[in-house]
Design a protein around this ligand. Structure first.
Ligand SMILES: Cc1cc2nc3c(=O)[nH]c(=O)nc-3n(C[C@H](O)[C@H](O)[C@H](O)COP(=O)(O)OP(=O)(O)OC[C@H]3O[C@@H](n4cnc5c(N)ncnc54)[C@H](O)[C@@H]3O)c2cc1C
Length: 459
């Protein structure tokens, strides 16, 4: 340990503290996005809500920057800071399932893989992230989109209660009955109002076997396929979970050698109903004649891990995301022309349909409010060589920029990079953003929780 390192002591702290130069520090500060290389003064891996209070008090009293690490997948890397305190929730992974009441009490350090494994033991599930290594925390607080959303709603639609550590170091409950304003803000307002230490989530009967998997088509058919997909999801029942991804074929055994690394179009499917009904629901997509058809009954937890190999920790990432009220033919022409000539074999441009249960929640029911969008496009650039960063970022900006005239004007917080305050405001619209700023003034007047997609206090 260097002489300059300040070693913080937190009396009664039950978890582990990692300081610069000490064992485990460098591993603990690594994030999903390999672009981020930050060196906090201390990483406080909390074991309980009391530890979170101690770490929050330390940062506030010493006026140090405060970052919050759930699963570490936020693409901006706000989960780590330079010279400050990181509240690391990975030591908090308890989950209790009440099968009769169909709820899960899940601590904030769980990943979706861990959450799904526990809930599926009871034949239950909640909408969750599409990559199993993502943290439940950041994803849920930013709204939370997943394969089951058209049937069961977004993750935030299933939040029943949260245990929250506030900026002044209290532990409070947020629900419809207690601190209802805070509860409203937590559902889509990201980590702005406090640190959630436990989520109580509503569960639904699903699995363990569902109908799902992937279809793969040649990229040359992009325009025809995206038009057909647009029309298919418009009329599809709520149970039909899916996305169309413009990717390059992975170097996997099931992919013919000559196709590996080439641009292709994948449709990922997960039927949120009885597995036996799934095949008929996706038949119109199969009728399009995929080059590879891997749709079949499979464990829900396997569907949830389908995209894991394409999303390893440590690659360089630049992401953005926008909502669209519609994808007219011209928008599809523009999108496909660029999305089928990627500059990195790892990038993924993903078209996700809205509709179903998402649209049946009132726009003002909670902070998240883009309910009527027909599509959400995730522009996810990934590459490995730092020398390629400029090229990849420019490509992503060019592709997403070329689609701006068709966006609803709303950004999607969970996939937003560091794009400035205007884009955060655009995620909510001016009226809701104003309400969120007032809420911030009440719950975090000094903006202690500012390393996030920040909503500054009104005053
Ligand atoms: C591979 C991959 C797949 C993804 N798939 C999906 C998807 O299917 N659906 C979707 O909606 N999003 C998805 N995302 C985006 C994801 O929702 C965000 O990146 C989210 O921030 C990740 O949460 P995390 O806890 O892992 O990240 P972190 O980086 O740990 O957290 C992100 C931010 O959230 C805040 N935060 C985290 N935990 C807490 C807490 N307990 N209390 C208060 N604030 C907190 C902090 O400000 C933190 O900086 C994906 C991201 C990746 C990298």
């Amino acid at each position: 340990m260097t002489q300059a390192t300040t070693v913080f002591q937190l009396p009664g702290f039950e978890g582990a503290l990692f300081h610069p130069g000490g064992a485990g520090y460098d591993d603990a500060r690594k994030l999903f996005n390999g672009m981020i290389d930050r060196r906090p003064a201390v990483i406080a891996r909390c074991a309980c809500a009391g530890d979170v209070v101690a770490a929050v008090n330390l940062a506030r009293d010493k006026q140090l920057p405060l970052a919050v690490h759930g699963g570490g997948h936020g693409v901006t890397g706000a989960a780590m800071c330079d010279g400050g305190v990181v509240v690391d929730l990975r030591g908090m992974k308890r989950i209790e399932i009440d099968g009769d009441a169909r709820i899960a009490r899940a601590q904030a350090g769980l990943t979706w893989g861990e959450f799904d494994a526990a809930t599926q033991q009871h034949g239950l599930a909640c909408t969750g992230g599409r990559v199993s290594t993502t943290g439940i925390s950041g994803l849920a607080l930013g709204s939370g989109s997943g394969w089951l959303e058209r049937r069961f709603g977004l993750v935030c639609d299933n939040l029943v209660k949260a245990e929250v550590v506030t900026a002044d170091g209290r532990i409070v409950t947020a629900s419809e009955d207690e601190n209802a304003d805070l509860f409203w803000g937590l559902r889509g307002g990201s980590g702005n109002f406090g640190i959630v230490t436990e989520f109580t989530l509503r569960l639904h009967e699903l699995g363990p076997i569902v109908f799902g998997g992937m279809l793969v088509f040649p990229a040359e058919r992009g325009v025809e396929l995206l038009r057909a997909y647009r029309d298919f999801v418009h009329d599809a029942p709520d149970e039909v979970g899916s996305a169309m991804a413009f990717i390059c074929a992975p170097p996997e055994d099931f992919v013919p050698k000559e196709v590996q690394g080439q641009p292709v179009i994948g449709v990922v499917a997960c039927y949120a109903g009885p597995a036996d009904d799934g095949a008929a629901a996706y038949q119109p997509l199969r009728d399009l004649g995929p080059a590879l058809d891997m749709l079949q009954p499979m464990p829900y937890v396997a569907v949830q891990q389908l995209l894991d190999p394409a999303n390893p920790k440590g690659r360089l990432n630049y992401w953005t995301g926008d909502f669209y009220d519609a994808l007219p033919d011209e928008a599809i022409d523009v999108f496909v022309a660029r999305a089928t000539i990627p500059v990195s074999p790892f990038s993924q441009m993903i078209v996700i349909p809205g509709g179903g249960a998402i649209g049946r929640v009132d726009e003002d029911a909670m902070a998240f409010g883009e309910r009527q969008a027909a599509f959400n496009i995730h522009y996810l650039s990934m590459w490995e060589d730092p020398a390629e960063s400029e090229k990849n970022i420019a490509y992503t900006k060019d592709l997403s920029g070329s689609m701006k005239r068709w966006t609803s004007g709303r950004a999607y917080l969970n996939f937003l990079g560091d794009e400035g305050q205007g884009r955060v405001e655009a995620a909510f619209g001016p009226q809701k953003y104003g309400r969120l700023r007032d809420l911030k003034t009440k719950w975090d007047p000094t903006n202690l929780f500012r390393l996030n997609q920040n909503i500054p206090p009104a005053s």
